[in-house]
Design a binder for this molecule. Structure first.
Ligand SMILES: [Zn+2]
Length: 233
């Protein structure tokens, strides 16, 4: 090999590394730089990252007005930006026990806790994601963390997670923009408009959208979210 060729090889190698370094931040910039506490198990961390990775690929052309208002377009990069600007840290906690999957705590800014039930519950991937987006909505201190409203005493629905009666519990939303509402709007849009999702993902999203949407209470919020669900194209 001549000296000139070797020199060119070295230049090419340097260039390749430079290009890789230049590209890598933009390639991975979509996925939020989330930090996990050291006591989060490898399997829990892997599942959370795999779920977030899935929604980073979602794509659709149309979306409903409320989805547009809360999340923007149906687009993985949007979803990553939305999540990444709210949640910087993940920890592990019992979140009050029972069948809780995830929670936020008001004294920990921009932090979400997941429970071991997140994996053990054997929920569909879209359901796990829905809880992540539900909890991420709760990090918004400027919006009172979207505190839940009391479900009416005659509320007929039960929890899709536990089967427990919801009447009289603080397990409803008094706004079409709250945590249950926004997560159901996300599911509704994925179900209707995701172009690269599997049939199973879209069907799972439909099931959870229709369930969680029922937790919106009050005549005006109900009318607003129903109108949004009725947008089909
Ligand atoms: Zn909540």
């Amino acid at each position: 090999m001549g000296k000139g060729k070797r020199f060119m090889d070295r230049i090419c190698n340097v260039l390749a590394v430079a290009v890789a370094l230049y590209l890598s931040p933009s390639v991975f910039a979509q996925v939020p730089n989330i930090q996990f506490d050291s006591d989060v198990s490898a399997s829990l961390k892997t599942q959370v990252l795999a779920d977030i990775d899935w929604i980073s690929t979602v794509h659709g052309v149309r979306s409903t007005p409320l989805h547009q208002r809360i999340f923007g377009a149906i687009d993985g990069a949007n979803y990553m930006q939305w999540l990444g600007s709210r949640v910087y840290y993940f920890g592990v906690d019992r979140c009050g026990g029972g069948n809780a999957v995830a929670c936020v705590k008001s004294k920990y800014d921009n932090k979400m806790f997941v429970t071991n039930q997140y994996i053990r519950g054997n929920y569909p991937q879209v359901a796990r994601l829905m809880t992540i987006y539900h909890e991420a909505r709760h990090t918004e201190k400027q919006n009172g963390m979207w505190a839940h409203a009391k479900c009416p005493s005659n509320f007929p629905y039960r929890s899709i997670w536990t089967g427990a009666r919801l009447a009289g519990n603080r397990s409803c939303d008094g706004s079409e923009l709250g945590s249950y509402a926004s997560a159901s709007i996300l599911m509704d849009n994925i179900s209707k408009f995701c172009e690269n999702c599997t049939d199973k993902a879209r069907a799972d999203a439909r099931l959870y959208a229709d369930d969680q949407m029922k937790r919106v209470v009050g005549a005006v919020p109900i009318q607003r979210i129903q109108a949004d669900f009725n947008v089909r194209e």
